[in-house]
Design a protein around this ligand. Sequence first.
Ligand code: 6GU
Length: 227
Amino acid sequence: MRIDIVTVLPELIRSPFEASILKRAQDKGLVEVHFHDLREYGTGKHKQVDDYPFGGGAGMVMMPGPIFECIEKLQSERKYDEVIYMTPDGQTFNQRHANSLSLVENIIILAGHYKGVDQRVRDHLITLELSIGDYVLSGGELAAAVVSDAIIRLLPGVLNDETSALTDSFQDNLLAPPVYTRPAEFRGWEVPDVLKSGHFEKIEEWRHEQAMERTKERRPDLLNDKK
Ligand code: 6GU
């Protein structure tokens, strides 16, 4: 898979890809992540990428020219499955989006900044608009990193234990059950007996019950959210 991230602030988004699982995924050749600095496509001596909004109002708007140039250059080099725009008014990103995006070959992620991008970019270039929740960030970069992480960890071979993504919270619309490690007793608090029983079926049954209970308690909305 290949992810191309288009942004006016590449320095804001590089570091999450330079450590741990995301780094290892790239080192193993399972994903390529490329960053494109929109300013390189800016106009004039100052490499301008934004301008005042028509009709007035606060804040600047990202101009269509540099964005079209950058993204059309990429599209002339390979076919992209989605051109995603990160914006607080997009669809709320969830595990379903992550699962389906992990199956495609190439995506572009455009990180919005200032008051957003000229509507013509959204109308004629973007195929999917995503938000990461109902709060406002100063730009789409951190959101692009969040979406990329959620996708990349699902690619075959990225996680050490191949089954571990399958037991994530949300993967079956249930929150994950509690987990314990050694010591079996800590400050008088005991690990549940069933987990030490070695009885695989009973353990699985207990985990499912716990997952159900946790979900009912914390996220009842997930239980009637049909997938
Ligand atoms: Cl994608 N962008 C910004 N600026 N804020 C957000 C967001 C995106 N998702 C949630 N808040």
